[in-house]
Ligand binder design. Structure first.
Ligand SMILES: C[S@@+](CC[C@H](N)C(=O)[O-])C[C@H]1O[C@@H](n2cnc3c(N)ncnc32)[C@H](O)[C@@H]1O
Length: 381
């Protein structure tokens, strides 16, 4: 494919990505893959180049662009030269997507600590969580550096392929952002404890808890069977034992009744806007709406209220969201404390990040991690 033909392909894909963001359809990655399934003439270099153009255009624009053409123009105007198989020439006054980092409606929602810089949407490195100790792995991963905050972390350049590396296949490393590792560390797990990972998803944090405290009893819960199902093979690869529990909304409390007052730690890694992970998913900015944010705030409230009765006297509840929005982090935590007077906030035990209300906020610009809010609550003695 010529450079102009690649630009035309990127425009067609971006048109689909825009429509999909508006209708809550498949993500950009899936659209790129599907596009090339029916275009066998495109070689691997073409596919990589087109994908790069698509994601560069998505990163460029905070708001949903009007068209794929408008999205691509500001980053590849030179390819709009009218050559065969390429986009039609662009007039100098043709409207193009405006550069932006945060959608305008979300700016007032950001925590005061969330810096609006390009760090929010730049390509993120590949962070790994190593089975401790991490140092013996360094010779096998020559591009890796130890991460500064997590004792388990190794950092590789963006887009490093790890899934066929022996260290990955042998279960010695898992892909996990350093911020996520710090959330598991904030749980301070100890062998012999009962740990409930209430929103376990595919079990990224459950696996970190199991690695940190091999003798702990870990119960990974979620309402999504497809996500929870991924945990089995991952746990096997890591040599970890983790019980899973599928909850059935709106009767999650029934499925948790036998755990009441028994958990040393309950981790609530709640569904959220994902505004802390825009570096990995820049298209997330096009998909969040005020209505969706309100729904997420309601779900966070609900899972926190499900978690509170599970904690035993003297036990802890750790609340986390991969978000930079004040209402999802510090605001949600303050509301939790006002509803549950038996809990008090305590230090998270994590040095990274900065104090934000009763918790801590990690940001890409300040900490080099995805954006995370975390808070730790203890049942009053
Ligand atoms: C941020 S994700 C969890 C990510 C996961 N902890 C990890 O480290 O990979 C939030 C999860 O909460 C789950 N969830 C949503 N509502 C829930 C509920 N009422 N009870 C339990 N889990 C819920 C979602 O299915 C989703 O998997």
């Amino acid at each position: 494919m010529t450079p102009a033909a690649r630009a035309q392909a990127a425009i067609e894909i971006l048109d689909e990505v825009i429509a999909s963001a508006r209708s809550d359809g498949p993500p950009a990655d899936a659209i790129v893959t599907a596009y090339f399934k029916t275009r066998r003439y495109a070689g691997s270099k073409d596919r990589r180049a087109v994908r790069e153009l698509v994601f560069q255009a998505v990163r460029h624009s905070a708001e949903v662009p009007a068209t794929g053409r408008a999205a691509l123009l500001p980053i590849a105007r030179e390819l709009f030269d009218g050559s065969p198989h390429g986009p039609a020439s662009a007039a100098s006054e043709e409207p193009e997507a405006k550069p932006g980092i945060v959608p305008a409606w979300l700016l007032p929602e950001l925590s005061p600590l969330a810096e609006v810089t390009s760090a929010l949407v730049e390509r993120a490195p590949l962070d790994l969580r190593a089975k401790p100790p991490r140092e013996p792995l360094l010779p096998a991963l020559p591009d890796a550096e130890p991460t500064p905050h997590s004792p388990w972390g190794l950092r590789l350049p963006p887009d490093t392929r790890i899934s066929d590396h022996p260290a990955y296949l042998e279960g010695r490393v898992e892909v996990q952002d350093e911020g996520s590792q710090l959330i598991a560390l904030a749980c301070a797990p100890i062998a012999g404890q009962r740990l409930v990972d209430l929103c376990a998803g595919a079990g990224g944090k459950s696996l970190a808890l199991a690695a940190a405290a091999p003798g702990a009893q870990i119960i990974a819960c979620d309402i999504s069977l497809p996500r929870l199902r991924q945990l089995g093979p991952r746990a096997e690869r890591a040599g970890a034992t983790i019980a899973t529990r599928l909850l059935d909304p709106p009767r999650e409390a029934d499925g948790l009744a036998d755990l009441a007052g028994s958990a040393d730690v309950v981790l609530v890694d709640a569904p959220c806007s994902g505004s802390g992970t825009w570096r990995r998913n820049p298209e997330g900015r096009w998909r969040l709406t005020p209505e969706r944010l309100e729904r997420l705030l309601g779900t966070q409230r609900r899972v926190l209220d499900l978690a509170a009765p599970l904690v035993k006297p003297g036990g802890r509840l750790v609340y986390a969201v991969c978000s930079l929005l004040a209402r999802e982090g510090a605001g949600q935590s303050a509301e939790f404390l006002s509803r549950h007077s038996s809990f008090e906030a305590e230090d998270t035990g994590i040095a990274a990040g900065r104090c934000d209300g009763v918790g801590r906020l990690l940001t890409p610009a300040h900490d080099g991690t995805d954006g995370f809010f975390m808070a730790r609550f203890r049942v009053r003695p």
